[in-house]
Write a protein that binds this ligand. Structure first.
Ligand SMILES: C[S@@+](CC[C@H](N)C(=O)[O-])C[C@H]1O[C@@H](n2cnc3c(N)ncnc32)[C@H](O)[C@@H]1O
Length: 277
């Protein structure tokens, strides 16, 4: 194996070991590009020198910074708009009926990146204050990336980011302009709690709805199966899992089955529900 290939292998193995994310041959070109500024900042000449520095553990923060740089944080508001429409018009309405006594809904955005997905979800509730009056809505949003979480918590978005997927009326309603950027209003951020969580680890808590979108598709099949098991353990017996528009559980896990009448949403499989209920 050439030294360059060995270096690539060291760096991509580090990412996989810490986050489960695999970088396939068709995306490996990305590695050098996304690590360029980190190498420049630290005066590291090339990937080989970077891999050696990581392995030597001279700089304790380096491995974590490499992982941060390699994570794919692509996201935008109301990504896959029909899925959010379905949540608003059908799925959350069903939960409103089923949770009419407790008037409490607990939602987990797993792999929330820089927060747009979680804020989009919060807007569904905040836009309908009369409908959700008297309800306790808790949205827990987590990610393995500290940098993504810091941005999510800050609620600051550039003009480019705020325009991606967000209707102008929602932008003006839920964000304040601060210089060239936009900052989320307290009336929206109050629905959310951001915290660090790695999907390779168990999560404590029971959620009615889990969004885990565009995260597990880069896991190896075994890691993905384990992650699905943990997600099922974190879901209420009648809870639902929502994946990205291009993702499915079919052929990936026996912990979930397609939810009747809801495209792209999944319920715990009866066997799993019995085991952990
Ligand atoms: C492509 S973004 C998707 C963001 C959002 N869910 C969406 O669909 O727009 C994937 C996110 O998953 C996070 N991620 C990757 N591996 C993870 C892991 N093991 N645990 C938690 N988050 C992870 C990344 O940091 C990144 O922010």
């Amino acid at each position: 194996m050439s030294a360059d290939k060995a270096a690539l292998r060291t760096l991509t193995a580090l990412l996989e070991q810490r986050t489960g994310q695999q970088i396939g041959p068709n995306r490996v070109w990305r590695v050098e590009t996304v690590l360029k500024s980190l190498m420049k900042e630290r005066g590291i000449a090339d990937l080989r020198a970077l891999a050696e520095a990581v392995e030597s553990r001279r700089d304790p923060g380096l491995a974590g910074d490499v992982v941060e740089a390699l994570l794919n944080n692509e996201t935008f508001f109301f990504r896959d708009a029909q899925m959010f429409d379905q949540l608003r018009t059908t799925v959350l309405e069903q939960f409103r009926e089923r949770r009419a006594t407790s008037r409490r809904l607990s939602i987990w955005c797993a792999g929330c990146s820089t927060g747009q997905e979680a804020y989009s979800l919060a807007m569904i509730f905040a836009d309908n204050p009369v409908r959700w009056n008297g309800w306790t809505i808790d949205i827990t949003a987590t990610d393995v990336s500290d940098a993504a979480l810091a941005k999510a918590k800050s609620g600051f978005y550039t003009q480019f980011e705020i325009q991606r997927g967000l209707p102008v009326t929602s932008m003006l309603r839920w964000f304040d302009q601060v210089g060239p950027d936009w900052r989320v209003k307290r009336e929206l951020s109050r629905y959310l709690r951001f915290r660090r969580h790695n999907l390779l680890m168990a999560q404590t808590g029971r959620f009615d709805l889990i969004l885990c979108r565009n995260v597990l598709l880069y896991f190896s099949p075994d890691r993905r199966r384990e992650a699905f098991d943990r997600l099922a353990d974190s879901l209420a017996p009648d809870g639902l899992l929502m994946l990205g528009a291009g993702e499915t559980v079919i052929g990936q896990t026996d912990a979930f089955i397609s939810a009747p009448d809801a495209r792209g949403l999944y319920a715990r499989s009866p066997a799993k529900a019995r085991r952990v209920a």
